[in-house]
Design a protein around this ligand. Structure first.
Ligand code: PEP
Ligand code: MG
Length: 588
């Protein structure tokens, strides 16, 4: 039966494919297809790992028997019995075999896919004791996954085999069947892993439009819906689904007519994309001759390829924190960071690269285990520059790496989330210290322009003071909106109040642009607003001439720029600033 689930549209386009349900605690397993002649080997990897875990459990049982007399032992022994039973459960092993043999999933993926299926059955059990055994099942699967890490897996990901659409669906049955990831939640680090993966779209139960998970989905330029509440519970493994990334809707088990309609829309998107690609080398200049800088936001050095392909004239925001996340505390050292920054600098072929110092915390925890929940109010806690200043050795390491990369091309250094002059002074002192350390070691480094992000209302309100210290400013509207309106950007229950057009937000943005202009210093916007084509006219009217966004949005924004006359937009911007409801001014 066909039904739809509604969420928040975060990355446009249409994706049609089969659902792959992933439990968020296990998302860091690899997902790839194996060739037919490799399925036996994958099955064997599962068998070997499972046998290892069985042997381990038996060993523990043996030890327990040799240490009689302890009360807890009886319960533990019973629990281990349950684990042994689950490990040998046919339903689990047969299911894994199905995913590997019929679907050609790699072993880890097959195991987590079957875990989802069986876990659901546990959820539906009436007996509370049996229901609680789901946790045991998850534990044993995690142990098998851990054991599997020791079992060699292919280094090179084999190409996806051709997979057919089921009969009766109006899909061209010679095409590969795309897969759509459905999860309760995905951390930004998980998303980054999936960047290299096979998925054609994402659906998550939680998240807001500017949560970092949504931001990474947008950077991948694939349709995504977040905040879809219980999607991961009602969608089943392998269901056919459509993601309408424009409307924020997920259609489950669509009828042939709906499929045909969305197939058509998919092709239209392709045609539009193709049309936009012709603007790649057109200079970004308005009708009245104003040149507008269009820069790219990147998460990893390899994103430079898409930045250049989109015709971006530099990187306006390299979110360096993605180098730091999901590493179980094993942070990148100076050399590793230097290599990453250098790769971005060289990748941009002489165009400027703005590297933001690490901005972890809130919805970008370093590790899943050190989760945001550890803090009462993570978005207001030890994040971004606050964390860097609290970890001097880490901060100096990063600064040295950035300064060294600057010897090889134009680099701008950007500091996130500053609010106090004392933080500005400390940050600048650290930069001087990092230079001193490099001098002492006789290491080569280059000049950098130093900029501040304006993403806290306090910074926007004292922008003139900021301008005394910095070469340029970059407005982080994602956080500026969050902190001005007191709306958690990750919380879908308040996402309807997350309003970029709120007069208070517009006034802070306008004030920052205006002050930068008055002092002859560059100001750009690097929040998601910069890539939102419905905001381009207003931002140009406010005087903005530098926009930084995901490479996938550059050409669409350029198209807007080419159609605008900024002289006419100033009046619009003035009216929006003066209005109680600017959105009405824009619509009219
Ligand atoms: C912002 O806050 O607008 C920004 C660009 O930084 P991030 O989204 O990484 O917090
Ligand atoms: Mg921010």
């Amino acid at each position: 039966m066909s039904f739809s689930v509604h969420g928040i549209a975060v990355s446009s386009g249409v994706a049609i494919g089969r659902a792959v349900l992933v439990a968020s605690s296990r998302v860091d397993v690899a997902h790839y297809f194996v060739d037919a002649d490799q399925t036996e080997r994958e099955l064997n990897r599962v068998r070997v790992a499972r046998d290892e875990v069985v042997a381990e459990v038996c060993r523990v049982q043996q030890t327990l028997q040799e240490m009689p007399g302890k009360d807890g032992h009886v319960e533990l022994a019973a629990l281990l019995d349950v684990h042994l039973m689950l490990l040998q459960d046919e339903h689990l092993t047969d299911g894994v075999k199905h995913w590997i043999m019929d679907r050609r999933y790699n072993a880890e993926w097959a195991l987590t896919a079957q875990l989802e299926v069986v876990a659901r059955q546990f959820d539906e059990m009436e007996d509370p004791y049996l229901r609680e055994r789901k946790a045991d099942l998850e534990q044993v699967v995690e142990r098998v996954l851990r054991a599997m890490r020791g079992v060699v897996s292919p280094v090179v990901q084999p190409p996806a085999p051709s997979r057919k659409a089921p009969q009766g669906l109006l899909l061209d049955d010679t095409i590969d069947v795309p897969l759509i990831l459905v999860a309760h939640d995905l951390s930004p680090a998980d998303m980054l892993q999936f960047k290299q993966s096979v998925f054609a779209g994402f659906v998550t139960d939680v998240g807001g439009k500017t949560s970092h998970t949504a931001i990474v989905a947008r950077s991948m330029d694939i349709p995504a819906v977040v905040g879809a509440r219980s999607a991961s519970q009602i969608i089943e493994q392998d269901d056919w689904i459509i993601i309408d990334g424009e409307a924020g809707v997920v259609i489950v088990d669509p009828s042939p007519i709906i499929l045909a309609e969305y197939g058509f829309r998919q092709r239209q998107t392709e045609v539009e994309r193709e049309r936009l690609s012709r603007l790649r080398s057109t200079p970004s200049v308005t009708l009245d001759g104003e040149s507008v800088e269009l820069l790219a936001n990147i998460e990893e050095p390899k994103d430079c390829v898409s930045a250049l392909r989109a015709g971006a004239v530099g990187v306006g925001l390299f979110r360096s924190e993605f180098l730091f996340m999901g590493r179980q505390g094993n942070l990148p050292d100076e050399e590793e960071q230097y290599q990453a920054y250098l790769a971005a600098v060289l990748g941009m072929e002489g165009l400027p690269v703005t590297i933001r110092t690490v901005d972890v915390g809130a919805d970008k925890p370093l590790d899943r285990s050190r989760n945001a929940e550890d803090h009462l109010n993570p978005a207001l806690g030890l994040r971004a520059i606050r964390w860097s200043l609290a970890e001097p050795a880490m901060f100096l390491t990063q600064l040295r790496a950035i300064l060294r990369a600057a010897a090889h091309g134009p680099v701008n250094l950007l500091i996130p989330m500053l609010a106090h002059v004392s933080e500005i002074r400390q940050s600048l002192a650290f930069i001087d210290k990092a230079r001193g350390q490099l001098n002492a070691k006789g290491q080569l480094y280059g000049p950098v322009k130093i900029g501040a992000m304006i993403e806290v209302p306090a910074a926007a309100l004292m922008v003139d003071v900021f301008l005394k210290y910095f070469d340029y400013l970059s407005i982080g509207t994602n956080d500026l909106i969050q902190y001005t309106l007191a709306i958690d950007r990750v919380d879908e229950s308040v996402s309807h109040l997350y309003d970029p057009m709120h007069p208070a937000v517009l006034q802070l943005v306008a004030r920052t642009i205006e002050s930068g202009r008055a002092q002859g210093k560059a100001v750009s916007v690097c929040g998601e607003l910069a890539g939102d084509v419905t905001m381009t006219r207003l931002l140009l009217g406010l005087g903005l001439r530098s926009f930084s966004m995901h490479p996938s949005q550059v050409l669409a924004v350029k198209q807007q720029v080419l159609r605008c006359d900024t002289r006419k937009l100033q009046a619009l911007a003035r009216a929006a600033l003066a209005a109680e409801e600017p959105a009405l001014v824009m619509a009219g």
